[in-house]
Design a protein around this ligand. Sequence first.
Ligand code: SF4
Length: 393
Amino acid sequence: MTMKQWSYDERGHQLSPSSWNNFASCPRKFWLSRQRLPRKAGMASAIGTAVHNSVEDLCNIDLSSRDGDEVGWLPPTANAILEKQWEQEKENFLNTARHPRWKQEEYPRARKLLIGSLNILFAKAHIEKMKLTEVTVDTWREVQRMVLAAEGTLRTSCGRLMGRLDLLVSDLDEDGQVVGWIVADLKTGKPPEGELYDTVSRQLRFYRDILCENNPDHPPVRAEGWYSNGSKVFEAEGPSVLPEAFEAWEASKITSTPMEAIPDQDACGFCEWKAWCPAWLWAQTQGLLKPTGIFRDMVATFEKIEIENGICLVERMAPVNEQGELASTGQRAGAVFAGQALSQLKVLVEQGYTGPVFLGGVRLDGETWKLGDWCDVLPWSPLLEGRTRKKAE
Ligand code: SF4
């Protein structure tokens, strides 16, 4: 499924469903994501990758030397594969400069999600529900026969649109006859209560449409979201998204000046680039973005730091313009840093950094600000000009 490798000069930038979503929710978020800034690792995506890779490994496992009637092999094999993938993800996570605490206690959930994914594969192969201990090698071979590809890169012939496809499987009718293909994306998040979210439907159709375009003689193709949590399957239906995707590609050509920022509760909520984006802070000052809840993002300077115990005196800063220049507010508070927040603060102190600091996710449920594993502590560095274009890719 992997096609010709294109150089940046030949094709320009590449747009994937997730970067398209970023661009649609806030062009600045997309632009910042292309500036080679330090990325933030997240537990949810680490779990998702460990489960995805385990499913892929199980689909590709070589069983040629095994007895077809053998039972009891699947649970220990699946466990060993998941453990290996889990350790790999843990290493990647801890090697990412910005990372919260690794939650080892989430392992049972990852196991449950892997089992949920396997159950979807059994259902799609029309294999009756059975205990994993009772699955024979031959039964798993049936699943493997149904799987046409596990994990692949899909690209349009021009190389401009691309995405990672989880599974391509044969669409089987009740008699086991192949009636088409299913392009499936494994989802480890919460399944929707009603229909698929528009962004997910668009992502699934994006894979479907590239697959169809690259394979003119394709049989009927369905695009499905496979939610491991509860083993639920949702089909994405609708017209091709490729014309819209090419329009988005045109509009998202990387510029040297920052793209428009659209600060908004949803877009900014989990945006990992706030330390480099002055727009959310300015929007708050203007009353256009209203912070809610007890977790707040702040920019502050430090008046006193007791690094050994993480107790600090901070002053909240306010922007004086849209470029993120700051002025004092006179509002001082005590702040307690612990866990990852304290580790990040120690790095800044060791580097001799004394400027304003972005504090992401400060817990405000008393007079003292509380910062812990969940927080970001980064130099406040509004990015007002792009880094070189090729590097940004
Ligand atoms: S913080 Fe908000 S406005 Fe800034 S890039 Fe992120 S989503 Fe856009």
